[in-house]
Design a protein around this ligand. Sequence first.
Ligand SMILES: [Zn+2]
Length: 241
Amino acid sequence: MQPPSEITPLCTLCHKHRAIQRYTRGGFDEMLCASCLDRMAVQDASEDQLLHRLDLARRGQYDEALACLDAIWEANRHRDHTGWLARSVASERAHILYEAGRYEEALQACEAWALLGFENVTDRWFVGSTKASILQAIGRHREALEAFEEAFSHQDSRYASGIPYYLPRLVELSEKVGQPVDEKWRRVAEAGAEDFAVELPVRDSLGESMRALAAMTQGMPSKREREWKARQSGGDGGDAP
Ligand SMILES: [Zn+2]
């Protein structure tokens, strides 16, 4: 008699539900549950037309790009159980409107995007950074800094590796209002450095230290990546020559 795990393999994506079907795309080939199959289907539907939408936007056909986005949403909303597509569409809408120079509408799109909730803190930082870009474009630099700082005040140690990437944004937004980066962010920068097992570089200002950290950690393995690598080499039995 087979053990239960072989009769009902778990979905390799969520590890929660029973896998019902093989899903193959690109280099991906896994057994997934019904919910994760839908999740991949909505992602594929969106990505299959991404180049087309980018092309429309590049040619200044913003309304056509937005209409294409609306069509994907209408055709797939019934299977968007996780909200991934709703967030993805909201994000793209805000960026298209920003590209189009329709800043007030872009701000509204950003607000709607934020109301959908965040998968993790880095999503929240991305929304904050986008909102800051829109506010910057209309000269509202103080509000831009506030929007980004509010988003960045949400921290989660599991995503500390994302911190260095966002630090230059904080420095730039602070400079725009003619002030140094608030000292309260030093602790956050240090947490980002720690994730890459480095020290926050010492420079003339906190802002310069942050920029140096961002440059230094680019392409470096994060804590999670180092741990994963250690597990992989440990799993080989450790008797490699
Ligand atoms: Zn699943």
